[in-house]
Every structure is written in C-alpha cells, then in structure tokens.
Design a protein around this ligand. Sequence first.
Ligand code: GLA
Length: 360
Amino acid sequence: MTAGDTYRVVSPGRVNLIGEHTDYTGGYVMPLATDLHTSLEATPARDVTVSSDAVESSYSFATDDLERTDDWIDYVKGCYAVLQEEGYEPGGFNGELSATLPMGAGLSSSASLELAVMAFLNEAYDLGLSRERMALLCQRVENDYVGMSCGIMDQFAVALGEDGHALLIDTDTLGYEPVPMPEDLAVVVFHTGVSRELVDSAYNERRETVESAMETLDVETSKAISEDDLDVLPALQAERLGYLARENDRVEAAREALSAGDVERFGELLVAAHRDIAEHYEASCPELDFVVEAALEEGAYGARLTGAGWGGAAIAIVDEADAEQFAESLRATYTEQFPDLAPESHLVIPSAGVRVEKTD
Ligand code: GLA
C-alpha cells in the first residue's frame, strides 16, 4: 500500500442451490456466488470512515474503538475485532459502499459486506490471508461479534465462488469442488416479502436440537448419521436428524445430476429437499410453500426455499429462454394469493468470489 492508492472491491452475494441447515453440522452444501454484489471503493487512512449508498448513512471510528452499535457498521467493526484478536493490525480507510445486491432478501448481504471489507484490508495492508481464512474470519465476525451463530456456507461461497459454477462444499473438512451449471439454465430467486424476524431464535433452537442429538449419537458430522440409528433419540431429534441425513445424500445426488447435465433429476431433488425441510425441519412457511408449488405449475424443473427459511426467498430452476416470462407470471400468481406482500425476483448468474483491484 502507498498513500493515495484506491481500491475497488466487488463482493458477491450467495444463493444456496441445495444443502440447507447442514453447514453447522459438518454436512454438504451447494451454494453459488451471485453477480448481484456489494462494491467498496476505499483508500487507506488512519481511522475508518465509511458511507453506504443503500442505507444513506455513514460512520467513523478509530480502529481501536470497537464497541458494537447494532447497525450495519458492526460488520465492518467486527472485521477489525477478529483481525486484532488474531494479531493483525490493519489501518483504517475512507470508503464508499454501494450495492446491486438487495439487503435482507436472503442473498447474504451481510457476508458480502464482511468479505468486501476483509478482502480490502487483506490487499491494502498485505495481511497474507487465503480466501478460506478470510471466509472463516468473517464467519467469526457473525458468530463472535454480531452474535449470529451461522455456519460457514455464506462466507465460503462469497469468498470462493467461481464463474459459471456452484460449489459443493464439505463443511466438515472445508474441501470443495466447483460444479458447472448448465449454461442454458437460469436460477430465479423469488423473495416472498415475508421478513424473517423470528429467524434467529428458530435457527438457534434448531442448532441446539441437532447438536445435542449428534452428541447423543457421538457423531461429529451429519455425514455420519444413518437413519437406522435414530430410534434411540427422542422423536423430535430423530425427525430433525433424519432430514439432515437425507439432505446430505441429496446434495451428493444433485452434484451428480448437474455434472451429468440431468436437469430433470436436479429439479426433482430440489423439490424433495423443499418438502422434506418443510415437513421434518419445519423451516418453511405458507408463502414459501406456495411459491414452490406455483413455480412447478409454471413449468420450473425444481424449486425450493433457499437460506435459513421461515420467510425470505425461494429459488426456481428454469430454462434461461423462459426466465423473464416465468418470473413475471410467478409474481402475478403470488400477488393474487398474497396481495399485501411485496415480493421481489432476481435472475442470478453464478459468479466469481470476492475480488479486489487497485484503481490507480
Ligand atoms: C443461514 C446461515 C447459513 C446456513 C443457512 C441454512 O443462511 O447464515 O450458515 O446455516 O442459514 O442453510
């Protein structure tokens, strides 16, 4: 870094194709990084001053003033907090944030922001962090600083996404493999307009249930759960773990189907995943269930909720040529059923993970 250097960071969002609620149990997930992204233009400075177009607000803080504010700036402060805990001492910056990625739409805008900041600090202050390490540190921003006990999926997808590919990630070993997305397929993200206010408590409750059940079974990863072993558990724990075991199998099958270009099979797996998570993990809601069934009626290969659930967004897989028309008519059907909600839809293109360039 030399004084006056300006950096431009492009940090994608993420959409999960399949493998839901498995990432905090050491299971499989298959997300992709989106073309919708957060941008950060930043110049190194002593303190931090950062403004956001999207929420029209700005904050300044000294890099040793890391008190939480319960606002978006915590994702920036949190990066400093975890880096300092690890012995790094990056300086500040003057930065401007803008985004094509909508906030609160289930597309991981928070992971996108964390990685934009982390990747900038890594580059500008020569921290020497790998992409995997940046993802893990950003997960700690959520877990330890913000107080959201998420898994590693979002940060990993944002850090390591690849153009034209989804990523199959084994969240136990953090091994991953790019899975090519057929070029003529489109991923439509449909946000139900149902905000996910109860998500944090329901999410943490699911986590506690499955963690204690896995402890009883003495398994470290949900990949090791067999449905035959579940009858020693109380009924609710058995139900939740049964879902996880089947979901891991479906992720592997989905990878096979995509690699073989078998879109019909891929679509069936998505639908099976949705029905299973709705019935046995109870992470759906009537609006998401409606979107999935309506998407199938409109001719989608498959559809399912994506992200934590209990509101938020669903994805539908359709031929690219039909995507615009599909999204429009899905929206019309949905609005007729739920006239008071304001849904949003996006076509997302599988894209590369966070990237930083020096602009002068
Ligand atoms: C949220 C979390 C992820 C993951 C999903 C559910 O998006 O941030 O880590 O657990 O829910 O699959």
